[in-house]
Design a protein around this ligand. Structure first.
Ligand code: DLL
Length: 436
């Protein structure tokens, strides 16, 4: 693919220059927060740090962390760094895990966020000749508004579909020749399934690329989506607290996401000790927003577990890359004392020829954890005999045991019996929490 960039000078800037730029911005941002956010100033004072101690990115480690619980304590205005009259927008998380985060934006914040999304669209080959179908949710969720803004900046014809109503999605996709699809990977997989069921082949649609994120997904799932939609599937990462999608985006190499380092300074820390880890280590991702005016979080702990790499990228971008996050440390299940990530289970299922339609059910009976994985059968698994089905379940349980180290009970369930998601998929039902 011919390489195009949305902001070439930044995206291909020599690393030393990016670092110098980050240092300069960090010094200013720390002063801005100190002057305007008493909550964070108080955390700095508790740690005995003042803005004078922060002379560049080498001093970043001196600053205190911010966590989700700080966001809860400070809800809704406690971390706001600009008067409300200067803010033009809020976005928010769904709050399904008990944390509702409200993020504020000035017009400049919206503008820079949309630039980040525009970089992602151009990186997958998007131009003003493209038709970009945005099937992330619109509203408080950042997916729809972020990609919508990026698509406008690139000059694509934007289809602001929002999520859901798959029949209408496919109708517009065909009638208006959509070339780029933006949605969660689980919804993309569902659209692929819908096309196959309705006898629509990937050759009947004009899609060439997809920008999928907002939840963890595996390489195996990428290959499945690419095949079912006849496209290249690219990852995009972000979180409401740091603006939304576009903190990092994938390029033609498809080996991880470039972090928009001119706006976001990334660190990897040991989640238990808070110690900063060297490049290449696996740990918790921490972000410092360098340009945000209204909601400028410093050293924000994302809980996402991943690895950073400065390996040279064939796309020419010099921005550091993050690997696909393997899940959040708070998504990690501890079953019978063993750490289990839903993404590991997904990898096994797809390798064994199943679709990524599954649900993990964990419960506690007496002092023992029960661990069940419900997986939809594929048509080739249908059999008249119970013993054939039992053999398949046993074989899949064996493959999962090899990956995880513990033995699940596998239930093969009829196709379509697991609810499809139009947004983020619900993979885990942990009944142990209900008893606590
Ligand atoms: O999910 C923002 C977004 C929208 C990103 C659209 C990409 C596309 P939140 O709802 O605040 O924001 O959830 C943020 O989702 O901390 C990760 O755990 C997870 N996440 C986001 N992108 C990815 C990804 C949006 N590409 C949380 N891979 C983050 C894995 C992701 N996990």
């Amino acid at each position: 693919m011919e390489q195009r960039y949305y902001q070439k000078e930044i995206e291909t800037m020599p690393v030393e220059q990016i670092k110098a730029m980050q240092s300069e911005k960090l010094v200013k941002q720390v002063q801005h927060v100190w002057d305007n956010v008493p909550y964070y100033r108080n955390l700095m004072e508790q740690k005995g740090v003042t803005p004078a101690d922060i002379k560049g990115i080498e001093d970043l480690h001196k600053l205190p962390f911010l966590t989700k619980s700080d966001l809860r304590d400070a809800y809704p205005y406690g971390l706001l760094a600009k008067p409300l009259k200067d803010c033009v927008r809020i976005q928010s998380t769904s709050g399904t895990t008990g944390r509702r985060v409200v993020a504020f934006y000035t017009q400049k914040d919206v503008d820079l966020w949309e630039d980040c999304c525009a970089r992602a669209i151009v990186a997958v080959g998007g131009t003003n000749e493209d038709v970009c179908q945005v099937a992330y949710g619109y509203g408080l969720f950042t997916g729809g508004p972020g990609l919508n803004g990026g698509s406008h900046k690139v000059g694509c014809l934007t289809l602001p579909m929002s999520s859901g109503n798959t029949e209408r999605q496919v109708q517009f996709m065909q009638d208006l020749n959509a070339t780029i699809l933006c949605c969660t990977p689980s919804y993309a997989a569902y659209i692929g399934e819908y096309l196959a069921e309705h006898g629509i082949s990937p050759d009947d649609i004009a899609l060439k690329a997809g920008i999928f994120g907002a939840e963890p997904w595996t390489e195996e799932m990428r290959r499945g989506i690419e095949k079912s939609l006849g496209i290249k599937a690219y990852d995009i990462y972000g979180l409401t607290e740091t603006s939304g999608p576009g903190v990092a985006f994938e390029c033609s190499e498809q080996t991880g996401m470039h972090i928009n380092e001119d706006h976001f300074l990334a660190e990897i820390i040991d989640p238990d000790t808070g110690e900063v880890l060297p490049e290449g280590s696996k740990g918790e991702l921490v972000f410092t927003a360098l340009d945000k005016e209204a909601f400028p979080l410093l050293r924000y702990r994302t809980r996402d577990i991943c690895v950073l790499s400065r390996k040279k990228c064939s796309c020419g971008r010099t921005l550091i890359k993050m690997a696909k996050p393997m899940g959040r440390s708070d998504d990690m299940l501890i079953i019978r004392g063993v750490n289990v990530f839903p993404s590991q289970i997904e990898t096994v299922l797809l390798n064994e020829g199943y679709q990524p339609n599954y649900q993990i059910v964990v419960d506690r009976v007496g002092n023992n954890d029960t661990f069940e994985v419900n997986v939809e059968m594929a048509p080739e698994h249908f059999s008249d005999t119970v013993s054939a089905l039992t053999a398949l379940e046993k074989s899949l349980a064996g493959a999962l045991k090899t990956m995880l180290g513990i033995n699940p009970t596998v239930h093969l369930v009829p196709p379509k019996s697991i609810t499809r998601s139009e947004g983020k998929a619900v993979r885990v039902i942990d009944k142990r929490k209900l008893h606590d």
